[in-house]
Design a protein around this ligand. Structure first.
Ligand SMILES: Nc1nc2c(ncn2[C@@H]2O[C@H](COP(=O)(O)OP(=O)(O)OP(=O)(O)O)[C@@H](O)[C@H]2O)c(=O)[nH]1
Ligand SMILES: [Mg+2]
Length: 331
């Protein structure tokens, strides 16, 4: 990440949490990048600064872009960014896929694809690779998107491969999720298996230059017609794109915007999504903490006692849970 020239040579090391937050809200990309490293490293300062940014976020349209590996998500992301930039928007991109163009493990072709945006200070691109924590990927992506949101980037695109629960959880924080499919290969069926159909607000049939794009669209329509049709419910549109030729990108951007307009018009639906997002984040934070604390509380003596049948696991579970409940912490 190159700092914009307007940034004074900041000694970030001397800033306290409030100073950090002020810098970030003022648009300092270097300070934001530092915070994102804190987030990656699970540094305690990350939470302290995030708490200060939280009231300032909530304006951006967070858009999830997911689909099978190689479906063309990164190519679509680069094309969408170009489209939005041309409309004068400041765009954020959070790339979750470790093999994505924005991450360290990028393959050369991918990197070139996104290179046109890499020197543009109105585009903030950040990759997320944090793994190994339950829900870690999703929470890091959410935190990073929130930082961009607080800084005024809008829309914010989150690219994640639609394989594996942790990856799919990522788009639960998105307001609008676009699911990318490609013609042939029975992708439609794979999508159902992976639960991608249920989370789609917009379908993209990318690689429409290939045989079978119409067929794929028809198959999708058919599947949709089998689903439940609640009155007034949003029917996910199907957009055909050729990402490498940047065809259909305007239509895709329009479909994404239309979904948000519909959510906003529906009122309660938007509230529902916000509530679902809040629940997802809160549950993930609490679950993570409880898991960690439990890990520390369960000692070998207890395990041996249960194994030797001196104690029973139910009583021990009750005891542990009671201990967690009584340690209410600061309120
Ligand atoms: N023919 C054709 N190829 C495309 C199109 N869009 C992308 N590709 C190619 O498909 C390949 C994969 O594209 P990516 O954008 O890297 O796909 P991805 O979904 O981000 O892949 P992962 O991040 O690895 O899951 C690349 O070689 C692209 O050039 C398209 O519309 N038509
Ligand atoms: Mg990719």
């Amino acid at each position: 990440m190159t700092a914009p020239l307007t940034t004074a040579p900041a000694d970030l090391g001397t800033l306290d949490d409030a100073g950090f937050a002020t810098r970030i809200l003022g648009g300092d990309v270097r300070a934001a990048a530092r915070l994102m490293r804190f987030i990656d490293d699970r540094h305690p300062r990350a939470v302290a600064i995030l708490k200060r940014l939280h009231p300032h976020a909530g304006r951006a349209h967070i858009v999830g872009l997911t689909g099978n590996p190689g479906a063309g998500k990164s190519t679509l992301a680069a094309a969408l960014v170009a489209h939005w930039r041309a409309l004068g928007k400041r765009v954020g991109v959070v790339a979750v896929d470790p093999s994505s163009p924005f991450s360290g493990g990028a393959i050369l072709g991918d990197r070139i694809r996104m290179a046109e945006h890499s020197l543009d200070d109105r585009v903030f691109i950040r990759s997320v690779a944090t793994r190994g924590h339950m829900g870690g990927l999703s929470r890091s992506a959410n935190d990073i998107a929130m930082v961009m949101d607080a800084m005024g980037y809008d829309p914010i695109l989150i690219e994640t491969v639609g394989v594996g629960q942790d990856e799919i959880d990522v788009v639960k924080v998105a307001e609008t999720t676009a699911v990318v499919l490609v013609p042939g290969l029975g992708d439609e069926i794979q999508a159902i298996k992976a639960g991608l159909l249920e989370i789609a607000d917009v379908f993209v049939v990318n690689k429409a230059d290939r045989d079978g794009a119409l067929r794929a669209e028809k198959d999708l329509r058919m599947l949709q017609s089998l689903g439940a049709h609640a009155e007034g419910r949003w029917e996910p549109p199907i957009v055909r794109t050729i990402a490498i030729q940047r065809e259909g990108i305007g239509e895709l951007a329009d479909a994404i915007a239309a979904h948000r307009r519909q959510l906003a018009a529906a009122g309660p639906a938007l509230l529902d999504r916000a509530r679902t997002r809040a629940r997802h984040v809160l549950e993930s934070l609490v679950t993570d903490r409880v898991t960690r604390e439990l890990g520390q509380m369960i000692d070998d003596a207890t395990l041996d006692a249960i194994a030797a049948r001196d104690r029973d696991p139910w009583s021990e579970a009750e005891r542990l849970f009671a201990a967690i409940r009584h340690d209410r912490g600061p309120t």
